[in-house]
Design a binder for this molecule. Structure first.
Ligand SMILES: [Zn+2]
Length: 272
């Protein structure tokens, strides 16, 4: 199951990057531990592993999209839930004050690099931004730069990271191990870095009912679920405003059984 979810993640990432490259390089090219599943899903609140709950959900949003600021965050705020937003540096410039405000409200800002480099082998993008043109050293330097930008927004010295396109190659070399060794990310959202017990899936064009069904599976397994989202009611790889609201409402209504928290907070427990 996890493998299938991971495969779906790879497919979504592929389309994400197709769209990303279209939007950012064609339209606006020069912008600046393994723990056994909890056996009993009917545990009372307060007795579970996940901050006293049976399961945990982290809502993560990629690419610093306007619809996340304009639709997703207001819905989360109204429910008192916190999300994680993996920002690309080149996109932050449009809404600096709004991202700072999101951090002040308790949402997590994460690192999604500056230029979102991905493999040109899988889709067309300008050569200079393709990960084939990078080296491991340049990739780590870009991630370090993005950490600085994030610290300027939220005042935090450590951040989690989501790999662009679920790919970890730079100039043909895998940068995951050097990234971990350099300690540039608190936790890494990538198929290859997440604990096997953690469930991970992308959602796009998914109904509220189907997202809730997935969350319910995570709850019954007594584990953590990481959800990857992009556009909410707009942009690309979109889930509708209504579907997102339905998911948020469900999570709020079940907050005695399901701990909805930021990616880093969930990973702190998952990595134990
Ligand atoms: Zn992305």
């Amino acid at each position: 199951m996890a493998t299938e979810a991971r495969r779906k993640g790879g497919a979504a990432s592929f389309f994400c990057c197709l769209l990303f490259s279209f939007l950012f390089y064609s339209v606006t090219p020069w912008l600046p531990a393994s723990v056994a599943p909890w056996p009993n899903s009917s545990l009372a609140a307060g007795s579970g592993r996940w901050n006293g709950r049976q399961a945990a959900i982290a809502l993560t949003y990629d690419d610093a999209l306007a619809s996340q600021l304009d639709i997703a965050i207001p819905q989360l705020d109204a429910a008192g839930l916190k999300g994680t937003f993996f920002l690309t540096g080149r996109q932050v410039a449009y809404r600096v004050a709004d991202w700072r405000s999101a951090a002040q409200k308790g949402h997590e800002l994460g690192n999604h690099t500056v230029n979102h480099p991905c493999a040109r082998a899988s889709y067309d993008m300008p050569q200079q931004y393709a990960s084939e043109s990078y080296s491991v050293e340049v990739m780590l330097a870009e991630i370090r730069t993005m950490n600085g930008l994030l610290e300027a927004l939220d005042g935090k010295s450590a951040h989690s990271l989501a790999t662009p396109c679920e790919q970890t190659l730079a100039g043909g070399q895998d940068y995951l191990a050097p990234l971990q060794k350099a300690a540039l990310a608190s936790y890494i959202r990538d198929d290859l870095a997440l604990p096997p017990s953690v469930k991970y899936t992308p959602f796009s064009d998914t109904t509220g009912d189907d997202m809730i069904k997935w969350v319910e599976g995570v709850r019954q397994a007594g584990t953590a679920g990481i959800i990857m989202l992009h556009g909410v009611g707009g942009d690309y790889l979109t889930v509708s405003r209504e579907a997102h609201q339905q998911l948020v409402t469900y999570l709020k209504a079940h907050d005695q059984e399901i701990w909805t928290a930021t990616f880093s907070d969930v990973m702190k427990v998952a990595a134990r």
